[in-house]
Design a protein around this ligand. Sequence first.
Ligand code: CP
Ligand code: NVA
Length: 328
Amino acid sequence: MTTKKAAAKPAAPKGGKRKLSVTSLLTLAQLPAQDIELILDTAKDLKAKQKAGRPAPLLAGKTLAAIFEKSSTRTRVSFEVAMHQLGGVMYYLAGRDLQLGRGESIADTARVLSRYVDGITIRTDDHRKVVEMSKNATIPVINALTDYSHPCQILADLFTLKERFGKLKGLRVAYIGDGNNVARSLIFGAAKTGVQLVMSSPAEYAIDKQAVDFSDRDREKNHGELYFNPDPIRAAQGADAVYTDVWVSMGQEKEHALRLRAFKKYQINAKLMANAAPSAVFMHCLPAHRGEEVSEDVIDGPQSIVFDQAENRLHVQKAILALLMGDK
Ligand code: CP
Ligand code: NVA
């Protein structure tokens, strides 16, 4: 008798309900391209319904525990409003107030929360904590930012780009700045959606080679492209979107002066934007530091879509929550 390896489960069974192939959202590297497509389609539908005054209570009676070990405005509020609009409830749990803050293990916290709630979202420093949480939880775990990645942000950004340009494949995005968590998720997200990405950072703050290697196969499969150009002006040339993030991320405050010096010529200002396509947009995950990574005239000018990005965090997270925590 010959044994055959079972075929991968299709994400969209014919005529049936489309489902995610993952049970948690830890990084975009681990999220198949068809799952990204499903999240973006679902977000579009939920956004339209919400705007039309027809909310979709897909998580009626469900609960989300939201652990925050770092500050947050957008992520915290958008998750809380998302749960409310879906008919559920979010419990905000400040890391320092939990027993986690006094040394209780992540594994025990995951096991206990799994007995009370239907999902966990966590913002923390070390990515391994999110992985440990998901290994020990029996419910979905969503990464709300780690030092390694910020998948919810980039999913909302891909949604925003698609909303603006009607497509993702072939769009040219220039990421100019720190090779940080946001940049890493952007590399993964671009590779999965066929976006052309140009990265521009000072050599000592460039994205790690491992992230690039991780995304190679996806990029090849989806006809994405990835270029590196340390010259920010040249990196911006012909871009449909110019994206930046802060030069000093949470937890790097001691490096403030050093980083400001290193990134000085990487500011997104009118002169730099003039090299991008005439219809180019400016993107930033926020919070922003006007006068550092972006000039005031650009972030507050007509090309800026930063508040669309912020709004779309809500719609995209509603999709993620509904797909992960909704009735299957
Ligand atoms: N972009 C983002 O994640 O913002 P917050 O830190 O305010 O959540
Ligand atoms: N890179 C930033 C993103 C904040 C949303 C940070 O980690 O602080």
